[in-house]
Design a protein around this ligand. Structure first.
Ligand SMILES: *Cc1c(COP(=O)(O)O)cnc(C)c1O
Length: 336
C-alpha cells in the first residue's frame, strides 16, 4: 500500500462536536469549545495566557502588532523556515536578518546569534524545527542582554519540551492540517508576559474591548486600539477540542511511526545522509521525520527512489534569504 506524505487524524468526535456547536446556536468565536481549549493549555499545560487564532500566521501577526514593530526594526530568524514568520514582521516594514542552522539539525544556531544583533534589533524568532527545541537558554540570555523580545514559532512543537518546559511558553503556537493536532486551519497565540495579555485580547477582537464586555467587565465595548479579526469560530474550536481529547493517542501513534522510520532508515547514515538529531535538552514529538542530503542531486534521486516504491517523500522549506522576494533585501551573507 502506498505511504502518503501525511494522513489527518480523525477520532470521530470532531463531527459530533461540530454538530453540538451548530445546534447550540452559538457558532461565532469564544464559545464553549474555545473556552475548553484555552483552559486545557492554561490549566493542564501551564501556559500563562492563550488565545485561539484562525492560523499560526495570524498568531505571528498578532505578535508583531503586540511588539509594535515599525519600519527600520530588525528581526532575527532562521533562513530555513516557513514564510509566515518573516511576513508577519515584513508587513510592518521590518528588516529580517536570517540566521544560519546548526551543524547538528536545521534549528537556528544560537551560538552565532549574538553577532547578528544591532542597535535596531527588536526580536528573535526561534523556530523549533520538527518539534526539536532550539537552545533556549542561550537565546533567552542574548535576548535579555540586549532587551529583545523572543517570539517562538512553535508550529511544529505541541507536546514537545525544552529541559522539561513546554515549547511555546514564550510565543506563537499552532495547529494545522499537516501538524500533530489539526482543525483544518487554526492557530494559537500564547502570551507569557502579563503586561501584554490584555492588549492581545483587544488586538484579536478588532481593536475593541469586546472580550471584556462579554465577561461583564465593561458595560459597552468600544474601539481602543488597532486590531483585526483573529478569532476562530466554534465550528473550528469544536473540531480542535476533539483532537485535544485524543492527544495522547495521536502522540503515541506518531512517536511509534517515527521510531520505526528511524530504525529502518538508520543505514542511510553510512551513505552520508543525516537523520534527525536530538540534543539532550530536547524531546521528540514525532511531528515530522526528516533526512538531510548532501546536495540537490542526491535529494532528487532519493525522492524518486522512494516514489517508485509508493512512498511519498517531499523536500521542505526553500531558503528564505535567497527567495525571489527577499534575495535583493538580504545582506548578502552566505548561509551554508
Ligand atoms: C505551518 C507553519 C506556519 C503557518 O501556519 P498557518 O496556520 O498555516 O498559518 C508557520 N510556521 C511554521 C514553522 C509552520 O510550519
Amino acid at each position: 500500500m502506498p505511504i502518503p506524505f501525511n494522513k489527518p487524524y480523525f477520532s470521530g468526535d470532531e463531527t459530533r462536536y461540530i454538530e453540538q456547536a451548530v445546534r447550540s446556536g452559538k457558532i461565532s468565536g469564544d464559545g464553549m469549545f474555545t473556552e475548553r481549549v484555552h483552559r486545557f493549555f492554561e490549566q493542564e499545560r501551564g501556559y500563562q495566557k492563550v488565545l485561539l487564532t484562525t492560523s499560526c500566521t495570524d498568531a505571528l501577526e498578532m505578535a508583531a502588532l503586540l511588539l509594535a514593530i515599525k519600519p527600520g526594526d530588525e528581526v532575527i530568524m532562521p533562513f530555513f523556515t516557513f514564510v509566515s514568520a518573516a511576513n508577519a514582521f515584513v508587513l510592518h516594514g521590518a528588516h529580517v536578518v536570517f540566521a544560519d542552522s546548526t551543524a547538528l539539525n536545521p534549528n537556528l544556531d544560537a551560538r552565532t546569534l549574538e553577532k547578528l544583533v544591532t542597535p535596531r534589533t527588536r526580536a528573535i524568532v526561534p523556530v523549533h524545527y520538527a518539534g526539536i527545541a532550539c537552545e533556549m537558554t542561550i537565546i533567552l540570555t542574548v535576548a535579555g542582554k540586549h532587551g529583545l523580545a523572543v517570539v517562538e514559532d512553535a508550529a511544529h512543537a505541541i507536546d514537545s519540551y525544552y529541559r522539561g518546559q513546554p515549547l511555546g511558553t514564550l510565543g506563537a503556537f499552532l495547529f494545522h492540517e499537516t501538524k500533530n493536532i489539526i482543525s483544518g486551519e487554526g492557530g494559537m497565540l500564547a502570551i507569557n508576559e502579563t503586561r501584554l495579555g490584555a492588549r492581545a485580547e483587544v488586538i484579536r477582537e478588532k481593536g475593541t474591548t469586546r472580550s471584556a464586555f462579554y465577561r461583564g467587565e465593561v458595560d459597552k465595548y468600544g474601539w481602543v486600539d488597532v486590531g483585526s479579526s483573529f478569532l476562530p469560530s466554534e465550528i473550528i474550536a469544536g473540531y480542535l477540542w476533539a483532537q485535544i481529547e485524543h492527544l495522547a493517542d495521536i502522540q503515541g501513534q506518531r512517536r511509534a511511526i517515527w521510531q520505526r522510520y528511524y530504525v529502518a532508515l538508520a543505514p542511510l547514515l553510512s551513505l552520508g545522509i543525516a537523520l534527525p538529531a536530538l540534543p539532550d535538552y530536547a524531546t521528540n514529538n514525532g511531528h515530522l521525520f526528516y533526512l538531510v542530503c548532501r546536495n540537490l542531486d542526491e535529494r532528487t534521486a532519493l525522492i524518486l527512489y522512494l516514489k517508485e516504491r509508493g512512498i511519498w517523500a517531499v523536500f521542505h522549506y526553500q531558503p528564505l534569504h535567497s527567495s525571489a522576494y527577499y534575495v535583493a533585501r538580504h545582506d548578502g551573507r552566505s548561509l551554508p
